[in-house]
Design a protein around this ligand. Structure first.
Ligand code: NDP
Ligand code: A1CAB
Length: 267
């Protein structure tokens, strides 16, 4: 009896989504099959979540409701080359691969209802940000299902497919940028004399608290910045330093460059 959810690629994101979908009760462990070539990885996923595992991607593609494609874009062509015809009604295929357009998915999975999604790693703790773009065959029920799947790992927004590479450059890759910012803030604290553990705690909670404040009070970032900067005080001195070193430009260029890289991966 085929499972309801098939996951192709049980890596970082496959596991993040799997763990939250089961914790949220959207799928029971016995309703899920994960395909991955690494036996050690399969054993780990089976032991941690009680899901079925297989080295055969076709078993995941035979899932009745949803197939999550969570392999690297660089191996998509190799995976697609092995796909056999699935008889009868096709499940919803949700790809989280960076860059790979719906048109390429449709060429590999003709006639399948397709969703292109871009989650991010905070999904692991239910604080993710996912954008989805729907293919033409997706029914309203499948659109609701796609939103439900990603709601279980955080916030969901629907966008035009033309924006998905920009999403990837911002929220998909963004946790990497923020992690570096936090590490650098902690380094600054250490340079100013703080013990490492305290510096890291201060940096993490400052970033988390600032994001929560902006979100909770629906504040524009510039308003919050103005609130923190006392005339002739410490914050404006620090900001002047950031501006002279080009932090804003660096972040803008990081998002644009990552967006461009997503386009290259999907070409
Ligand atoms: N990491 C992130 O922050 C995000 C990633 N993504 C996207 O998610 C996808 C997965 O990324 P991520 O989880 O980080 O990558 P991982 O490498 O952690 O996961 C991919 C998994 O697929 C397995 N795999 C390799 N070849 C095959 C195959 N032929 N059939 C089935 N499975 C295979 C890999 O096994 P092995 O390691 O043995 O090769 C690995 O376990 C990518 O397309 C990426 O663009 C999207 C949003 C955020
Ligand atoms: O770095 C990458 O290519 C993937 C996609 C978004 C986040 N990680």
């Amino acid at each position: 009896m085929p499972e309801k959810l098939g996951i192709i690629g049980g890596g970082v994101m496959g596991e993040a989504l799997l763990s939250r979908l089961i914790a949220a009760g959207i799928y029971e462990a016995g309703e899920v099959v994960v395909s991955d070539p690494a036996a050690e990885r399969r054993q780990k996923l089976a032991a941690s979540y009680g899901v079925n595992t297989t080295p055969d991607n076709q078993q995941a593609l035979n899932a009745t409701e949803t197939v999550l494609l969570a392999v690297k874009p660089q191996i998509f062509a190799a995976v697609a080359a092995t796909v056999a015809e699935v008889p009868g009604e096709k499940p919803l295929l949700v790809s989280i691969m960076a860059g790979v357009p719906l048109a390429s998915l449709a060429a590999a999975f003709p006639g399948w209802p397709l969703v292109r999604a871009m989650p991010n790693t905070p999904a692991t703790v239910g604080a993710g940000m996912t954008a989805i773009a729907l293919g033409p065959q997706v029914t309203p029920d499948q659109q609701a299902l796609a939103k439900q799947l990603f709601s279980s790992v955080g916030e969901v927004v629907e966008v035009a497919e033309s924006l998905m590479d920009a999403v990837t450059g911002l929220s998909g890759s963004g946790p990497g940028y923020v992690a570096i910012m936090i590490e650098a803030l902690a380094d600054g604290g250490v340079a100013a004399g703080l013990p490492r553990a305290i510096a890291l705690q201060l940096a993490i909670q400052t970033v988390k608290g600032t994001a929560e404040l902006l979100q909770t009070e629906n504040l524009h970032p510039a308003v919050l910045k103005d609130r923190v900067t006392s005339p002739g005080g410490t914050t404006i001195a620090g900001i002047a330093c950031l501006e002279s070193l080009g932090l804003r430009t660096a972040l803008i260029e990081a998002v644009r460059t990552a967006c461009q890289r997503a386009k290259e991966l999907g070409a």
